[in-house]
Design a protein. Structure first.
Length: 257
């Protein structure tokens, strides 16, 4: 088994968790204003700077909105959103939040031919081995997500770890963290659509009738650590009949005088 390291929340993450917990106790039909920063800091036991960072993060996620000179308010509409496009969750959690029971089919995990475009995005050396890991996520037994993760074998602890990795049903990110302590913090994705029948490799997992005309959301992009190091390139094909994304978007409109 990989060397399992204890996951430790940052102070800001802890503060976000506690603020969310406080929000869950509020009677938002009467008052949606949060206490002042200094009071929240005293309640949670962290500095005011940490509280400010946590509130800024929650504002970026659409959970709260901040009004200069007035305070911080809970965005009540955001609390009804079960599946957010950003920040993104692991697919098993997305499936649970959508009201289904998740399950996973472990697919092929293999060495693949050096792909210049992908390897350049991952900043791999030419002597490194490129690995493809495929995984199918089901929702109540129905096809929900098909993932193709590309990464360097060095992220797994070397090619000798492929057998162990092939039996690991949690995410590739979890495995890399347990092996190396590296955490994926953000990604940059290109958004497209595609028919299931056009997805290379999907026919290995679905019956012919399931492949015919299912429209999928297609996300492709690079995942990075906190120090902006690329660690994984992913193709993700999502059945939006099951997972329906929502998000709160801030508007930046140039209003003419």
């Amino acid at each position: 088994m990989p060397n399992r390291k204890q996951s430790i929340l940052t102070l800001s993450d802890h503060a976000k968790f506690e603020i969310r917990k406080y929000i869950s106790t509020m009677n938002l039909s009467n008052n949606n204003k949060l206490p002042r920063e200094e009071l929240l800091a005293e309640m949670i036991g962290v500095s005011r700077i940490t509280i400010r960072q946590a509130l800024n993060d929650l504002a970026a996620e659409g959970i709260v909105f901040r009004r200069q000179g007035k305070g911080t308010f809970v965005n009540v509409a955001s609390l009804n959103i079960k599946v957010r496009f950003s920040p993104c969750m692991e697919f098993t959690q997305l499936i649970r939040n959508s009201g289904y029971k998740p399950s996973v089919i472990l697919g092929d995990i293999k060495k693949v031919t050096y792909d210049p475009a992908i390897c350049e995005l991952l900043q791999m050396e030419k002597d490194e081995t490129l690995i493809l890991a495929e995984k199918m996520f089901l929702a109540d037994g129905q096809f929900c997500v098909f993932c193709q993760d590309y990464l360097s074998a060095t992220q797994l602890g070397g090619t000798d770890a492929l057998l162990e990795f092939s039996q690991y049903d949690a995410s590739s990110f979890q495995y890399m963290y347990h092996v190396s302590g590296k955490k994926c913090e953000w990604d940059k994705v290109e958004i497209d659509t595609i028919l299931s029948s056009d997805v290379k490799g999907l026919s290995n997992y679905l019956k012919e009738q399931e492949l015919e005309s299912t429209p999928l959301l297609y996300l492709k992009g690079v995942n990075y650590t906190s120090d902006d190091t690329p660690i994984l390139y992913a193709n993700e094909y999502i059945n939006t009949k099951i997972i329906k994304f929502n998000m709160i978007r801030k508007k930046h409109i140039a209003y003419l005088p």
